[in-house]
Design a protein around this ligand. Structure first.
Ligand code: HEM
Length: 476
C-alpha cells in the first residue's frame, strides 16, 4: 500500500506527468495513448517517465526517431527484453517467441521460425508462387460480390492468414473453415483486450484474477479456447511426420524437440510450440490484414491516387500478366503508396513493449535493469524533424523528382534492433502481391453517398472501423 501511495519517480529517471494516487499515470494509456505521449514529448522531451499504479511498474516512453534509434539500435542488447507483466506471464509464461525473455530460448525460437520462413518451398513451390495462388482465391472471392458493397475484413483476414498457415501447417484453409475463423476472431479480440483498462488493472493487481467479472476474464477464456484449438490442430498436422523431411514449421519444431530430448535446459517444449504457433499466426495476420484494409480504404478515399496506381500497373503489367515480385522494382508508385499507408496508419503504434536487460544511461538519465520501455512508433512517423507535413497522406514523400522510389530513414513500422519484426520480408511480399493483384482487376469505391470514418479502432494494433466498399471490375 505504501508503494501505491508514494508515487515516487526513481532517482535519475526522466521527468513525466504528475501521477494520480494509486493509479499513477494509467489514464495516459486510455484513449489515444500514442498521440498523448507524442504531445507530451513535444513539451517535455523525447524520453519520458510514466508511473503505472504507484511504484509497481516504472515505464520509460521513447518518442521520436532519434531517441528510438539511440536505444533500439545503438544499445540493441540492452533494449531487447520483454517486461514480465502478469498478463504476459499468464498468457505465455514469457516463453514462446514474441513474448519470450531475451536469452537462449528466444534466440533458438527466433532462429527456428526464420529458417522455416526462409526454407519454405524447399520441397515444393517457392513462397511467392504460393502467395500468388492465394491472391487468385482472394480476387475470385471478391468477384462474387459483383461490385456490390461488402465489408472486406473477413476476406482479407482469411487470405492473409493462409500465408502463415502454409508456413506453419503446410496447407491453406478454405474461406468457409468456421473453426479456424472463430479462433482468429477471438484471438484478435484479445489483441484489443490486452490494452484495455482491465488488462492494465490486472497487470498492477493480479489478484483481480479472482474477481468473477471484468474484461480480463473474457481475455482468459478466449486464450484458453485458442490454446485448446491450437493443441488439437498441431496434433493433427504432425501426424505422419518423418525425421529429416520436414513439411512445415510444426515438423521443424518437433524434430528439434526430439533432438533435445533429455537436455534439461532445452527451451523446446510442447507448450512453447503452442505459444509460438499462436504468436506467429496472430502477429502475421492482424498486422498485414490491417495494412491491406487501410490501403483499400485510402484507395477509395483518394481516387486520384488509385488512378496513378492503375496507370503504373497497366503500363508495367497490362491486363493479362499476373504481378510477380520481379515487377516490384518497376512499380515505384505502388511501393510509395504501400509505404505511405504503413507510415500514416501506424499499424502497431506503440510497438511491442520492451524491457531493459541491464542498468543503462539514456539522454543523461539513469534507467535501471528491468524497466518497461514503450517505443512510440507513431511519433517516429509523425516526427516533424524527418517528415514534412506528416499529417497529410502523400505517397510522393517516398519518390524523388524522377519518380524513383526512395527509402526514408525515419520509417519504422517493423521497429528496429534485435527484436525487430521477424516477418518483415514476408509481410512486404504479401502486401505487394495482394494489393497489385486486387487493383489490377478492380476499381475500389465507396457505396454512393457514404464515406467511412478514418478514426482507428484501438488495440495493440490500429485497424479501421468496419466499412463497406464496392470492388468494380475494371475495363482496361
Ligand atoms: C514483431 C510490425 C507482419 C511476426 C513486430 C513488431 C512490430 C511488428 C512493430 C515489434 C518489434 C519490437 O519488439 O520492437 C509488423 C507489421 C507487419 C508485421 C507492421 C505487417 C505489415 C508480421 C508477419 C509476421 C510477423 C507477417 C510473421 C508471420 C512477428 C514476430 C515478432 C514481430 C514473431 C516478434 C519478434 C521478436 O520478439 O523477436 N512486428 N509485423 N510480423 N512480428 Fe511483425
Amino acid at each position: 500500500i505504501r508503494q501505491l501511495v508514494k508515487q515516487r519517480r526513481p532517482r535519475g529517471f526522466p521527468p513525466g506527468p504528475s501521477p494520480i494516487p494509486v493509479i499513477g499515470n494509467i489514464m495516459s494509456l486510455a484513449t489515444e495513448p500514442h498521440v498523448f505521449m507524442k504531445k507530451q514529448s513535444e513539451i517535455h522531451g523525447q524520453v519520458r517517465y510514466l508511473n503505472y499504479c504507484g511504484n509497481i511498474w516504472h515505464i520509460m516512453v521513447l518518442n521520436g526517431y532519434d531517441a528510438i534509434r539511440e536505444c533500439l539500435y545503438h544499445q540493441g542488447d540492452v533494449f531487447s527484453d520483454r517486461p514480465s507483466l502478469p498478463l504476459f506471464m499468464k498468457m505465455t509464461k514469457m516463453g514462446g517467441l514474441l513474448n519470450a525473455k531475451f536469452g537462449n530460448g528466444w534466440i533458438e525460437h527466433r532462429q527456428l521460425a526464420s529458417n522455416s520462413f526462409r526454407y519454405f518451398g524447399r520441397f515444393q513451390k517457392p513462397l511467392d508462387q504460393k502467395i500468388l495462388e492465394e491472391c487468385m482465391f482472394f480476387v475470385d472471392a471478391i468477384d462474387e460480390h459483383k461490385g456490390k458493397p461488402f465489408n472486406p475484413k473477413h476476406l482479407v483476414t482469411n487470405a492473409v492468414s493462409n500465408i502463415t498457415n502454409l508456413i506453419i501447417f503446410g496447407e491453406r484453409f478454405t474461406y468457409d473453415n468456421c473453426d479456424f475463423q472463430h479462433m482468429i476472431e477471438i484471438f484478435s479480440e484479445n489483441v484489443e483486450l490486452a490494452v484495455s483498462g482491465w488488462a492494465f488493472l490486472y497487470n498492477a493487481f493480479p489478484w483481480i484474477e479472482y474477481l468473477p467479472f471484468g474484461k480480463h476474464q473474457k481475455l482468459f477464456r478466449n486464450a484458453a479456447k485458442v490454446y485448446n484449438f491450437l493443441e488439437q490442430i498441431i496434433r493433427r498436422f504432425s501426424e505422419g511426420r518423418v525425421c529429416n523431411f520436414p513439411r512445415h514449421y510444426i515438423d521443424d519444431y518437433l524434430n528439434k524437440l526430439d533432438k533435445s530430448a533429455g537436455d534439461l535446459g532445452t527451451p523446446y517444449s510442447r507448450e512453447n510450440l503452442i505459444y509460438s504457433v499462436g504468436e506467429l499466426i496472430i502477429a502475421g495476420t492482424e498486422t498485414t490484414t490491417n495494412t491491406l484494409r487501410w490501403a483499400m480504404l485510402y484507395m477509395a478515399l483518394y481516387p486520384n491516387i488509385q488512378e496513378k496506381v492503375h496507370k503504373e500497373m497497366d503500363s508495367v503489367l497490362g491486363s493479362e500478366k499476373s504481378p510477380s515480385l520481379a515487377d516490384k522494382k518497376r512499380m515505384p508508385y505502388v511501393e510509395a503508396v504501400l509505404h505511405e499507408v504503413l507510415r500514416f496508419c501506424n499499424i502497431v503504434p506503440l510497438g511491442i513493449f520492451r524491457a531493459t536487460t541491464q542498468d543503462t544511461l539514456v539522454s543523461g538519465y539513469n534507467i535501471p535493469k528491468g524497466t518497461m520501455v514503450i517505443t512510440n512508433l507513431y511519433s517516429v512517423h509523425f516526427d516533424e524533424k524527418y517528415w514534412c507535413d506528416p499529417g497529410t497522406f502523400s505517397p510522393h514523400r517516398f519518390l524523388d523528382s524522377n519518380g524513383n522510389f526512395v527509402r526514408r530513414e525515419a520509417f519504422l513500422p517493423f521497429s528496429l534492433g534485435k527484436r525487430h519484426c521477424l516477418g518483415e520480408h514476408l509481410a512486404r511480399m504479401e502486401m505487394f502481391l495482394f494489393f497489385t493483384t486486387m487493383l489490377q482487376r478492380f476499381h475500389l469505391q465507396f457505396p454512393p453517398g457514404t464515406v467511412p470514418s478514418l478514426t482507428p479502432k484501438l488495440g495493440m494494433t490500429l485497424q479501421p472501423l468496419p466499412y463497406s466498399i464496392c470492388a468494380v471490375r475494371r475495363q482496361q
